[in-house]
Design a protein around this ligand. Structure first.
Ligand SMILES: Cc1cc2nc3c(=O)[nH]c(=O)nc-3n(C[C@H](O)[C@H](O)[C@H](O)COP(=O)(O)OP(=O)(O)OC[C@H]3O[C@@H](n4cnc5c(N)ncnc54)[C@H](O)[C@@H]3O)c2cc1C
Length: 206
């Protein structure tokens, strides 16, 4: 799913889903999955009561491309695993954030500043026209709007915490765009869990 001018979020794989959450939750009562309505009521009850552990039975891996300043906020969510491309080992791609609605002279200046930073970075890492520098040092000349790419593996409970915080109107608009895309992706995989989460926790719909 495309996000911002050059980013995306993609669901790579998932494990579990609603059936795993229901199975784990019903262990408490020594029972099995029942009708869809009864299972939905159960998950609603769990969310209201803050009984979150059963939601850890589902796990998602996302492929995320986002500006560094968004990744920095994202990585504060410690319950989850990250593997990010390294600018010690890889050359930075000429790919940077452009805010929505930017136009005219400001847009031109925005692009010029980014392009100038990349020109100098490429000079440094290639050694053409400037002293050759290792990638891990040269990268520090680049702006924090450059895009990075990482895999994020997270369980359903930690993901709900992320979504609750990052869909809130106090969260920065750019990370909210990713949270909105992720909510749509996981509703396809676990419609009861995230449908009830949306209704009971985010108070949207229903
Ligand atoms: C709008 C907004 C503004 C923010 N502004 C700032 C800011 O200015 N500066 C800044 O530094 N951060 C800021 N943050 C980051 C924020 O403080 C959290 O670090 C971030 O949202 C991750 O939340 P979390 O700890 O719940 O998530 P996770 O790290 O994924 O943790 C999930 C849950 O696990 C538990 N947990 C995890 N680690 C511990 C631990 N060590 N001890 C106890 N319980 C733990 C907690 O219950 C936690 O809620 C901001 C966040 C938001 C949403």
């Amino acid at each position: 799913m495309q996000v911002l001018n050059s980013g995306f979020v993609r669901l790579v794989e998932s494990m579990g889903g609603d059936s795993a959450v229901i199975r784990n939750a019903r262990r408490c009562w020594r029972s099995e999955a029942k009708t869809e309505n009864a299972d939905r009521q159960l998950l609603r009850h769990l969310l209201k009561a803050g009984h979150k552990t059963p939601f850890e039975a589902m796990v998602f891996t996302f492929d995320v491309k986002t500006p560094l300043f968004v990744a920095r906020q994202w990585f504060r969510h410690r319950i989850g695993s990250y593997n990010e491309e390294s600018l010690r080992y890889c050359i930075a791609l000429r790919d940077y954030f452009i805010p929505e609605g930017l136009e005219g002279d400001v847009l031109d200046a925005w692009i010029r500043h980014n392009e100038t930073a990349f020109d100098f970075y490429e000079e440094l890492v290639s050694g053409n026209g400037a002293a050759k520098m290792v990638k891990e040092q040269a990268r520090s000349i680049l702006p924090i709007g450059i895009y990075t790419n990482f895999y994020w593996t997270v369980n359903g409970s930690a993901l709900m915490n992320f979504l609750q915080l990052r869909l809130d109107r106090h969260a920065q608009y750019e990370i909210r765009c990713y949270a909105e895309a992720i909510l749509e992706l996981v509703k396809d995989v676990a419609p009861i869990s995230f449908g009830e989460f949306e209704r009971e926790v985010l108070n949207i719909g229903g």
